[in-house]
Every structure is written in structure tokens, then in C-alpha cells.
Write a protein that binds this ligand. Sequence first.
Ligand code: GLN
Length: 306
Amino acid sequence: MDFQALLDGIDAELRPQLGREGRVATYIPALARVPTAQFGIALRTCAGEEAAAGDSAVPFSIQSVSKLFTLTLAMRLLGDALWERINREPSGNPFNSLLQLESEQGVARNPFINAGAIAVGDRLLTALGADAKAGLLRMMSGLAGEAIDFDAEVAASEAATGYRNVALGNFMKSFGKIDNDVAAVLDFYFHQCALRMSCRQLAKAAGYLCRDGAHPSGGAGPVVSESQARRLNALMLTCGTYDAAGEFAYRIGLPCKSGVGGGIVAVVPDRLTLCVWSPAVDDSGNSVLGTRALELFASRSGLSIF
Ligand code: GLN
């Protein structure tokens, strides 16, 4: 398959639609300033072949795409003990909702909504202590094959305005489901959301998900086991795009993880990993043109798990 021609065709078709639909996530002031008229797409096959088009080398705030990587790190460090405080069911609610936490005694529905990711961060802080943020950066840089860093301005912007996340953290703490100081857990969470990466870097970094857990650069040991990689993909499909997960499975049919920065990582198991980015998002927090790009990719390539 000529992947470069496929991505060029998607870029050419979507570029005229830039800036028409959706809007940037204004509730995080630093994200409100990102110009909307940008679109990037990149993929990397299991064999290491790469293709990219548009603004694929422009770094952006990966936001909730980071939940995929912190979950990966936590599964690696903690194994099944991780699931004592986090469920694995789709929430059907917005990513920052407090609703289910009350009736479910502070146990988050899944690791890809904010409550679940904050609970994962708590476990990582317990496991890694003061090294947690540096440990995450080391993992991301190793996966991407180049230095990855936090965007300090975005992290500070989230810390200054993340009232709902503060509420989620404190609410879970009141149920005894958070071990560490809530402020420290939120500091880790705001930094993971503020990771800055490009489509190309993310397509490479997520490569273990299409390779049964093997490291994207081949030489290093496995990132996760084969069964853990399978489970990460299952969680992406059922919970990776918040309350639009059903619609994503219907329209695209690939495990995906999105973020309000407009990035979406998708996996074609045993074939490739893909990342799309365009900053304007819909009401669920998923990139409008990114979603459309993935839909075009799945229909034109015939690559879907269904
Ligand atoms: N940092 C964002 C928040 O906590 C992440 C949400 C997202 O990308 N959906 O609200």
C-alpha cells in the first residue's frame, strides 16, 4: 500500500475544511491561543516504514493522549494491582464528569477519563516517588527516540484553572482512593497533560501497541507484555474517546486515544500506529478534522479491526 499517497490525499481533502468546525479548548487558557488552521497526520508501520503529511512535525499539547502512556507505565510497574481502584467500563459521560464517582464510591469508571488518570497518577507517585515526572519523560523520550519535554506554560495554565480536576482528586481522596497528597497527584497529572509532541513522534512512540508490546525501536526490551498490549488496545476502543467511543468504533473501527489538544493516536494491530492532529475539537473533546481523517484512512485503506 502506498501510505504516503494515502496521507497526502487525506491532507489535500481536509485542508480546505480547516477552521470551519469545532473550536479549541478554551477552558485551558494556554490552549485557547493555539491557531486552529493546522492539520497533521503521520504513521509508522511495524516494519518501521514512515509516512506523514501536513503539520506532522509541529509539536502540540498531547493532553489526554498522555493517559495512554501513564496507564502503560502503571501496568508495567504494578500489574493487576492497578485495577483495585480503577474499573474498565466506558463511562458514557464527559471526560471530566464527577457524576459516577459518587455512586461508585470514588472508583473511576476507566483509566482514560480524568478521574481514572488521576488515580493512575496516584499509583505512579507511590511507585516512583519524586522521580515520577522524570520517569515519564524518560519513557516518552525512549519510545519516541528523541528528547520529549513538558510545556511548562500549559502545565501552569492547567494548574491555575483546573478546578474540576482538583474536585475530582479531592473527591476520590474523600473515599480513601488516593494515597498521596492531592496537590502532588494533580501536579503530576497537569504535567502529563502538558507533554509536547508531534504527530510523527506520537506515531512512533505508540508503536508497541501494534507490535504486541515490543519496543518501537526494536533493540530495547518489551514496553509491556503481549497480553497487556492487547488490553490497552481494548481499553482504547471502548473508552479512549470518552462519550464518543461508540461512535468512533462505528465510524473508524480502530483503538484510539484522543486529547483536547486535538491529537488522536490510533492503532491498526499488527500493522501500524497512526497519529492525527488538528486543534479544533467537538463537544466531546475529540478533534473534528482528526476524526474525519481517521474515518477517511479506515475507509480508503480498508484497515480496520472489523
Ligand atoms: N488536561 C485536560 C483536563 O484535565 C485533559 C482532558 C482531555 O484531553 N480530554 O481537562
